[in-house]
Design a protein around this ligand. Structure first.
Ligand SMILES: *Cc1c(COP(=O)(O)O)cnc(C)c1O
Length: 423
């Protein structure tokens, strides 16, 4: 469920007409619904309540301070993958003792910053990284809490660029190597093994990969306990799927059903790192049609959002629902294929790349210059992956709460584009 809905053929975010937001803040513009953010976070909080998990919102999915603050106030913690993200969550008021630090390439500076910030633990992805963490911790005279990131060799059945838990991708380590490292941790006074970490991939639309992963994690924890480690944490990462095409996502309770009993039986603490599940369906990208044209037997709708704003279609072949803000036809239940009264069009942006599109061969009601259109389910990995390619200032971000709304990132100016450059 989300709080973007049509009332008499006009799109609203919560109680606010999207047209009013586009007029006030300009286009392209990202619009987030606070109620939807809270709804998705609380779904996870409730589904997993029996094991009192630490929920670490994955900052990389959307790192705007306004979003982080909403998460912080609602009791979420954070998963960071860089020093920059750690800086952000501290600005948002996070309790760093519940923050986890992930990523395959942590530098010494980042490790030091995280140790100074007393994070809950590092998700360690290699022996070389473990050595670096031990060295930095040793130089600071403190003990570094670590979790070993296992590659569970589980197929999340997702896009090649977003699968992370199969043998052969760069993340984590296999179970045998992890066992060697665990022995090394036990012998090193600068390190303490607190847990096991896994992240299978994203988005994952079935519970089975988690059932497999949690079983492997619990087996490993049991083995490490036998070896003398005081190990408690199982961190199952993120990856829960969302609604991109229709209502295809599972409720959080379906994942909890396979995860919670295994965690309870093993007497472990659970950490989760959901990003997309919380923020994905909580955000839309609103754009305005600049021109339409017919060429080569095709209809093109050229609008003012582009791949520098939302790169997911170009990068992951991602599907986002797109529909006018004030449509002449009610939105369909199924956005794929032909729709009565609609024509197939490529929805493209102004960037000089053939890969610059939001959708191809998409059924849309007749669109005209000046019309507003909405790209749905764009809250995760949208603005977070945006760039200034073609010297396009990044779009504004707006947070809606009931009938009120506020800017949480102003639109960039031309001067912002060159602010860091030197003549
Ligand atoms: C990206 C990532 C996440 C978040 O994934 P979502 O699909 O947004 O839930 C969590 N943990 C790790 C280690 C990640 O790399």
């Amino acid at each position: 469920m989300d709080h973007f809905h049509y009332r008499e053929r006009e799109l609203f975010c919560e109680e606010v007409p999207v047209t009013a937001l586009a007029e006030k803040y300009g286009t392209p513009v990202w619009i987030y619904s606070k109620r939807t953010l809270l709804h998705h976070l609380s779904q996870i909080q409730q589904a997993f309540a029996a094991v009192q998990p630490v929920i670490c919102y994955s900052v990389k999915s959307n790192s705007n301070l306004g979003i982080l603050q909403v998460m912080q106030e609602a009791g979420s913690s954070f998963d960071v993958v860089s020093g920059g993200e750690l800086h952000r969550v501290k600005k948002a008021g996070a309790d760093t003792s519940k923050v986890v630090f992930a990523g395959v390439g942590k530098t010494d500076e980042e490790i030091r910053y995280a140790l100074e910030s007393r994070v809950l633990m590092f998700n360690v992805e290699s022996e070389a990284e473990l050595d670096a963490i031990a060295a930095v911790a040793g130089s600071m005279g403190i003990v570094a809490p670590v979790a070993l990131r296992l590659n569970p060799d589980v197929d999340g059945k997702t896009h090649a660029k977003t699968t992370t838990g199969k043998k052969g991708n760069k993340f984590g380590m296999d179970i045998e190597r992890a066992s060697q490292l665990a022995a090394k941790v036990l012998a090193d006074k600068r390190l303490a093994l607190h847990g096991i970490h896994m992240h299978i991939g994203s988005p994952i639309l079935t519970a089975e990969p988690y059932a497999e992963a949690v079983k492997k994690a619990v087996d490993v924890v049991t083995e490490y306990r036998r070896q003398g480690h005081d190990i408690n944490w199982v961190n199952l990462g993120g990856g829960f799927g969302i609604h991109y095409r229709k209502q295809e996502a599972l409720p959080a309770s379906e994942y909890a059903k396979v995860i919670v009993p295994a965690i309870q039986a093993a007497g472990c603490r659970l950490a989760l790192e959901p990003g997309r599940f919380i923020v994905g369906n909580s955000g839309i990208l609103v754009s305005r049609v600049i021109y339409t044209k017919r060429e080569g037997g095709k209809l093109f709708v050229i609008q003012d959002a582009a791949m520098n704003d939302l790169v997911r279609p170009a990068m992951y072949d991602a599907f986002h629902r797109i529909w006018p803000v004030k449509p002449s036809i009610d939105p369909p239940a199924d956005y794929e294929g032909e729709i009565a009264g609609c024509e197939l069009a490529d929805v493209v942006g102004p960037i000089c790349e053939s890969g610059d599109y939001l959708a191809k061969g998409r059924a849309l009601p007749p669109m005209q210059r000046g019309d507003l259109m909405c790209t749905f389910s764009a809250g995760a990995y949208g603005m977070a992956m945006s760039s200034n390619y073609n010297s396009r200032p990044r779009a504004a971000e707006v947070l809606v709460d009931g009938a009120t709304h506020r800017l949480i990132r102003r639109r960039e100016t031309y001067d912002d584009l060159i602010a860091h450059e030197m003549l």
